[in-house]
Design a protein. Structure first.
Length: 417
């Protein structure tokens, strides 16, 4: 099998023939890698005059004179063909060895086994265990498949909502009862959304930093968000803010207050003429409690206006639109005002947008791989499950030693495998 370098334009043309592809495999990501100092190439493998594999490869200096190679989300080929996997891997290894690469790493977006929305393995479901065995037979070392977050790797566990062939109404009905109620709650509170432009990314940056401090994770930098726009462009990146429109909220509450006041007057008038009516007395008590709660809300709205002006930022999220899916890549929220359900406003807006624009999948992206209360990341998993998102477990990371002796020395130092 012969390996040849191809132009970025040719790689882009090849990508256009692939339906299921990941944004990390895009030529946009390749340009982003180059910006960060990686040496990026695009290659194809020829067998009997036909292209049987193609890929982006990114190399980074290692131990001064050597290199590490990363193939984001794996190469494109038929992984089920053991013969082709072994032949391609052998040729790739020789190709990388000439470039002084010690080892290469791949993390294919190929499901290991089929799982349901609760994370359980589907009985008699599909699996790709043969792919794992084919890669191992080709010389790849399979890193341990463990649950939990690993910030040094791309997500191995994700939650994905299948939109293909479904209407917005059908998708909404499949949400959990609580998620449907949370969506109705944000609508009741007059929560709105708008798309931010690149000059407004500081809003996302500030809210993400607050969220990361609260939930104890490392936030991305403002430059990271700007680079996404720079290399992917506005057609592939969308940042959405949800906010509480205090004027609209005040008008709605005032309307409710006025209506409730009239209802109380009518009920009191009725009871004067019909004392002892149990049903009306209960109704009066309920209305008076609601009246008092509305008074508090109206007073609170004025306090909020004094503090925030006309609107309160509730949540801010960044999405990648690429291939057959929209990926929810970055999310942040205002914890103090969580009662207004800002994140739900953004997710429901983007799910509907995904349907309108013809995407097959809405990818909620990373989860921990733990599915029981009190386990790491359970809350994030449960939130995404509420939208009827199904768990996907990928086959994991694989290491291909290209210079076995040097790799053994390096591995003894760094404990990669």
């Amino acid at each position: 099998m012969q390996i040849k370098t191809i132009s970025i334009q040719k790689y882009h043309e090849y990508l256009d023939t692939i339906h299921e592809k990941e944004f990390l495999q895009s030529d946009y990501q390749g340009m982003k890698f180059s910006q960060r100092g990686w040496e990026v190439e695009y290659i194809e493998a020829i067998k009997d005059g036909k292209t049987v594999a193609f890929s982006m490869i990114a190399c980074m200096p290692l131990m001064k004179v050597f290199k590490y190679c990363y193939i984001p989300r794996g190469f494109f080929m038929d992984y089920h063909s053991k013969e082709d996997v072994i032949s391609f891997t052998s040729s790739l290894k020789e190709y990388l060895k000439k470039k002084n690469v010690i080892y290469a790493e791949i993390d294919p977006c190929i499901e290991f086994v089929q799982r349901d929305k609760d994370g359980n393995i589907v009985e008699n479901g599909y699996d790709n265990k043969d792919v794992v065995e084919n890669l191992k037979a080709a010389g790849f070392l399979h890193l341990p498949m463990k649950p939990g977050y690993d910030i040094s790797k791309e997500c191995r566990w994700v939650s994905v909502l299948n939109l293909k062939g479904k209407t917005k109404e059908e998708i909404f009905k499949e949400f959990s009862y609580q998620t449907r109620q949370d969506i109705r709650t944000y609508e009741k509170y007059c929560v709105k959304t708008r798309v931010l432009n690149e000059d407004q990314l500081d809003v996302l940056d500030e809210m993400e930093k607050e969220t990361s401090e609260r939930q104890d994770f490392e936030a991305m930098s403002l430059d990271y968000y700007k680079d996404l726009y720079k290399f992917y462009g506005k057609s592939h990146i969308e940042t959405v803010l949800s906010y509480l429109d205090l004027d609209a909220y005040a008008i709605k509450m005032q309307s409710e207050f006025d209506k409730t006041s009239k209802d109380i007057e009518k009920t009191k008038a009725f009871l004067e003429q019909n004392p002892g009516n149990v049903k009306k007395e209960k109704r009066l008590k309920t209305d008076e409690e609601y009246y008092n709660s509305l008074l508090k809300k109206l007073s609170h709205i004025e306090e909020l206006k004094q503090e925030y002006g006309k609107e309160i930022p509730l949540a801010c999220c960044l999405f990648v639109k690429y291939g057959h899916q929209i990926v929810y890549l970055v999310g942040s929220s205002n914890y103090e005002h969580r009662v207004f359900r800002g994140p739900y406003a953004i997710q429901w807006k983007m799910i509907q947008e995904a349907i309108d624009e013809g995407y097959d999948l809405y990818n909620f992206y990373g989860i921990s791989g733990y599915f029981h209360k009190d386990e790491e990341g359970y809350g994030v998993f449960d939130y995404k499950r509420g939208y009827n998102a199904v768990v996907r477990e990928y086959i994991g990371n694989f290491i291909l030693p290209c210079k076995p002796f040097i790799f053994k020395i390096y591995n003894n130092l760094k404990h990669i495998y």
